[in-house]
Design a protein around this ligand. Structure first.
Ligand SMILES: NC(=O)c1ccc[n+]([C@@H]2O[C@H](COP(=O)([O-])OP(=O)(O)OC[C@H]3O[C@@H](n4cnc5c(N)ncnc54)[C@H](O)[C@@H]3O)[C@@H](O)[C@H]2O)c1
Length: 253
């Protein structure tokens, strides 16, 4: 990022854990002010302390599926920093493998509310701030599950496919305004979310099955997702619009 321009600002949702924490750390190291948005304020404060403390950013406590809470969080960004350059819509919830006929409507709604409506609300709140800046970069975290599903993860796979569709539609809407919208589709990774996808959470056999599904032969590291986010946020990616970047050790192939 340029040394001479105004300080750049990035908001990362789900920044208290896993990929979001690594992405927030990477943006702070790259010189951004970072809004660590998460519903878990205590864990987000710990993540902020880990990346260097309040001179690098602030915690924004909000549930991404709640419009009023999201509006309030982005108002804090506007009043505190007066601009927004990058939004990473990363917060999501996993799904325990469930046959479609056994899936409750409540579970379907819960997954869609966080994983899809949360991405919609993030973009809805961020776009006016980016328009006021004359541009920006929105990075939505999808999943290889949208491209190469696993049986039983029906609602989760559908939610991530929706993120890809939403990304492409909004990328076209905003391209002329200089706001680039792209996706990262990670593969299975070593984060607290992974056991949430297992029939027997936390079992070694469940973990080994995920590792065996990755041609690279290991789980994806949060820093590898952060590196892709740093690229998509940068001017190096000026012509990258509506893309789905797989960072999955070859799992999608
Ligand atoms: N871990 C994987 O194997 C994997 C693979 C592909 C894609 N992904 C995707 O990557 C992203 C990050 O996953 P992770 O593995 O780092 O997960 P994680 O569970 O480690 O972290 C998720 C964070 O999101 C927050 N969060 C959850 N619901 C929220 C809500 N309603 N409002 C605000 N914050 C909320 C949690 O508090 C947590 O801090 C997700 O979009 C996930 O679907 C993960």
């Amino acid at each position: 990022m340029g040394q001479d321009g105004p300080q750049r600002v990035a908001v990362v949702t789900g920044a208290a854990s896993g990929f979001g924490k690594a992405i927030a750390r990477r943006f702070a190291a790259d010189g951004y002010w970072v809004g660590l948005l998460d519903r878990n304020g205590e864990a987000a404060e710990a993540a902020l302390a880990e990346l260097g403390g309040p001179q690098h950013g602030a915690v924004l406590v909000a549930d991404v599926s709640d419009e009023a809470q999201m509006e309030a969080a982005f108002q804090v960004v506007a009043s505190r920093w007066g601009r927004l350059d990058v939004l990473v819509n990363n917060a999501a919830v996993p799904q325990r493998p469930t046959p479609i006929e056994a899936l409750s409507s409540a579970e379907w709604d819960r997954i869609m509310a966080v994983n899809v409506k949360g991405v919609f609300l993030g973009m809805k709140m961020a776009v006016p701030l980016m328009q006021a800046n004359g541009g920006g970069s929105i990075i939505n975290i999808a999943s290889v599950a949208a491209i190469r599903p696993r049986p039983g993860l029906n609602a989760y796979c559908a939610s991530k496919a929706a993120v890809i569709g939403l990304t492409k539609a909004v990328a076209l809407e905003l391209a002329a305004a200089g706001i680039r919208v792209n996706c990262i589709a990670p593969g299975p990774a070593d984060t607290p979310m992974l056991p949430g996808f297992m029939a027997d959470p936390g079992s070694e056999s469940g973990r080994q099955a995920f590792i065996a599904s990755v041609p690279l032969g290991r789980l994806i590291r949060p820093e590898e997702i952060a590196a892709a986010a740093a690229y998509l946020a940068s001017d190096e990616a000026a012509a990258v619009i509506g893309a789905v970047i797989s960072v999955d050790g070859g799992r999608h192939v």
